[in-house]
Design a protein around this ligand. Structure first.
Ligand code: SDX
Length: 391
């Protein structure tokens, strides 16, 4: 009996892989949440420009917008705010976890650990249904403020604080952190910062979160990945480095020499430059005016004047190279003026971006494919194994 071999299927079409360092020119996902035009300095959340949102919206409304792809009605917003406030509180076991963390740990190390620990306390952590993931996203956005505030209290040897469900996220956070209710102006200042940091296309930490959830791992693992990625000074950690720089410069007369020395050594001036924006980051534009007001209100004008002088010099020196202020440059002055300690700046970024990260994870799962790029092998081939005696 003649057996004819099945004709092999045609060779799978092999697209020649392209080497795109830093994936600067690679599209790795589709999103409906935020749009960036780096040449024109445009950022939109679901088509609404960031300036309009910063002036008119709230963080809670912005989160609803990002997750539902539309603005809420008045009743929907009230219900959404209530659903967040119902989840502000931490499980009692979480306070035990926080109390075991070393007091010398940096808040971003602590936050990465606490987000991961929160996952061990959620019985639905591994339920990857849409409803379960939307609830986990809500829990993470609602509880991150209490994680950050209570680690800060722990490291200072102060008693833990409970969130205040009569306030918005910004107000409840500042009240836990400082022990007193913030003024309306302080509350609004943090609320605006949370709006501005909520989402930003496929930035490094969002991409990292998508890579994790694309393996069908869980939301808490993806958020832990994202926190660890945001910590880096080339990404979210830049705002803390900006404050270090402002403190090192100290006075206006030292700006010129300090910045020129950095540029001459090809050192990075933190808070400037962006992978996508080749003009001023629109968030920095808004934050600049905002930080001037907050700095003036809190007697920190000097910091704002230093920042403005640095910006003017950088515009002259590297503006033509497309290096302009990014969101981290003026958020530093704003957070400092709010009385936040320097190493709480990046956790503020994470508190807000938890909304974007979790939204992207839910988007990824709607049309998922494991994210697994190729590596260009540049090592040797056909190398013989050498026995130990002969080495
Ligand atoms: C965030 O991606 C996002 O969306 C991120 C973010 C978000 O919301 O998630 O917007 C938040 O991460 C903002 C960026 C915060 N980081 C910093 O402020 C750190 C300082 N910035 C640089 O590290 C840098 O600008 C990056 C990392 C942000 C972007 O770098 P790229 O796109 O990889 O560009 P590059 O490093 O190839 O630089 C191109 C040139 C180089 O000079 P040459 O070798 O061509 O001569 O520009 C220079 C760089 O040296 N350059 C800078 C500079 N940034 C770039 N020179 C001095 N100071 C800087 N800040």
């Amino acid at each position: 009996m003649t057996v004819t071999a099945e004709k092999p299927a045609s060779e799978p079409s092999v697209v020649k892989p392209s080497w795109d360092k830093g994936l600067a020119n690679t599209v790795a996902a589709e999103t409906q949440m935020s749009f960036i035009d780096g040449a024109k300095g445009i950022l939109e959340y679901v088509g609404i420009d960031i300036d309009s949102l910063a002036r008119n919206s709230t963080f809670e409304e912005t989160v609803f917008l990002l997750w539902n792809l539309r603005l809420p009605t008045k009743a929907e917003l009230a219900a959404f705010e209530q659903s967040l406030r119902a989840e502000y509180a931490l499980p009692d076991e979480m306070y035990k976890v926080i109390s075991t963390l070393p007091k010398h740990a940096t808040p971003m190390h602590a936050l990465r650990t606490m987000v991961s620990a929160l996952g061990t306390l959620d019985p639905n952590a591994d339920d990857d249904s849409l409803d379960a993931n939307r609830m986990k996203a809500l829990k993470l956005v609602a509880k991150t403020p209490a994680l950050i505030a209570n680690f800060d209290l722990h490291r200072k040897g102060k008693p833990f604080a409970k969130p205040d469900a009569t306030q918005n996220i910004a107000g409840s956070f500042l009240t836990m952190l400082t022990g007193q209710k913030p003024t309306a102006a302080m509350n609004r200042a943090l609320d605006v910062c949370l709006i501005l940091h909520a989402d930003h296309g496929l930035n490094a930490s969002t991409f990292a979160a998508r890579v994790t959830i694309a393996t069908l791992s869980d939301m808490y693992s993806a958020m832990t990945t994202a926190v660890g990625t945001l910590k880096g000074p080339l990404h979210g950690g830049a705002n803390e480095e900006v404050m270090v720089m402002l403190n090192e410069i100290g006075t206006l007369d030292r700006v010129d020499a300090y910045i020129r020395a950095k540029l001459a050594k090809k050192d990075l001036v933190m808070g400037f430059g962006h992978r996508v924006y080749k003009t001023t980051d629109p968030r920095a534009t808004y934050l600049k005016t905002f930080s001037k007001q907050v700095a003036t209100d809190t007697g920190n004008e000097k910091l704002y004047e230093l920042s403005h002088a640095i910006e003017e010099l950088m515009a002259k020196e590297v503006g033509p190279k497309g290096i302009w202020p990014n969101v981290d440059f003026y958020s530093a002055t704003t957070y400092h003026s709010l009385g936040l300690e320097l190493d709480l700046f990046t956790p503020m970024f994470a508190m807000s971006r938890m909304s974007g990260w979790s939204g992207h994870c839910i988007e990824q799962l709607k049309d998922n494919r494991l994210i697994r790029p190729q590596a260009l092998y540049v090592g040797p081939h056909a190398v013989k194994y050498v026995e130990m005696a002969a080495r």
